[in-house]
Design a binder for this molecule. Sequence first.
Ligand SMILES: Cc1ncc(C[n+]2csc(CCOP(=O)(O)OP(=O)(O)O)c2C)c(N)n1
Length: 222
Amino acid sequence: MNQGPSGAVSAQNAPGGGAAHNAPGDGAAHNAKVMNRFELTKRLVATLKHDEAVIGGIGNANFDLWASGQRPQNFYMLGSMGLTIPIALGVAIAQPERHVIALEGDGSLLMQLGCLATVAMLAPKNLTMVVWDNGAYQITGNQPTASAATADLVAIARGSGLSNSNWAADEDDFDRLFAAAIKAGAPTLIAARIDNKPGVGATERDPVQIRERFMRGLGVKK
Ligand SMILES: Cc1ncc(C[n+]2csc(CCOP(=O)(O)OP(=O)(O)O)c2C)c(N)n1
C-alpha cells in the first residue's frame, strides 16, 4: 500500500493506478488485474441482446456507458452518489422479466452499503451489480476511498448475503462472470479493479429527457 507523508493511502500512487487492495479478504482483490472501465463497459454492452436495462452511476460509470453506445434502456444517473443499485433494484422488482444491470463506482457504493443487504434480502432473480473499483473518488480529484486501504467490496457484499459476489481476475474472467450473472437467477455482484483513466464520454445533463427516454425504453406509459 502506498502511503503519503501523513500516512494517508494514496490511490493515485497505487500500483497500476488503481486501488492498492491490501484489504482483508481472500486475496482475490489484491490479485485481480487492473483493467479499464470503458473497455469492460464496451464488452458488457456488446453482449446485451434482450433489451436489458442498464443503470449507470454518477460520473465516470455513466460517461463510459454513454460512450459505449446509447440505448433507450440505459439510465444515466446524475447528481447523487450511491443510487445506482437502489434504482436498479426498483426496476428489477417492477419488471421481473427484464434483466437489470447496475454499474457503480466504489466511492458511490461505499456511500450506500446498506443497499447490498436490501438486495440480498429481496433476492431479485434479474439483477447484476458491477462495481468499478479504482480506489478513488476519481471524478472529484482522485481522493482515495476506503477500498484502496481497508475495505474489500466483495467481502462486504458476501457478508451482506450476496454469495454470488466475485472479483474479476481479468477481462476474460469478467466476461465469464457477466455471462454467468445473466443466467444466475439470483442477484450477482462483480467487482473489477480499474485504472485511473477518466471516463470517455460526457452524458448530456438533461434529467427530464434521460428519465423520459428510459421510461419509453422500458415500455412504461406516463
Ligand atoms: C451525495 C453526494 N456526495 C458527494 C457528491 C460529489 N461527488 C460526485 S462524484 C464523486 C465521486 C464518485 O466516486 P466513485 O463513485 O468512486 O466514482 P469515480 O469518480 O471514481 O468514477 C463525488 C464525491 C455527490 N455528487 N453526491
